[in-house]
Design a protein around this ligand. Structure first.
Ligand SMILES: [Zn+2]
Length: 78
């Protein structure tokens, strides 16, 4: 079951392990309703994957994750 609780834990970057300031990442990427467009993220970025948001410190990490999400999800114990 998918849980959508208001968790306040710091999400961490599955690629490099860095903790992400979720609020900052969200502020940078915005809450766009227009699709997947994002604005030049500097504090972090995120990606909706398989029913969850995943956070990344940079586009570089996100790109790596998108290249092989299973690998990183396995490492994270998901
Ligand atoms: Zn990273």
């Amino acid at each position: 079951m998918q849980e959508l609780l208001g968790e306040r834990i710091m999400p961490s970057d599955l690629v490099c392990g860095k903790e992400i300031d979720e609020a900052a990442a969200r502020a940078e990427t915005g809450q766009t309703r227009y699709g997947a467009t994002e604005v030049d993220p500097q504090a972090g970025t995120r990606r909706f994957h398989d029913g969850k948001w995943y956070y990344f410190c940079s586009l570089e990490c996100r790109t790596k994750f998108m290249g092989s999400p299973e690998t990183y999800l396995e490492q994270a114990g998901n």
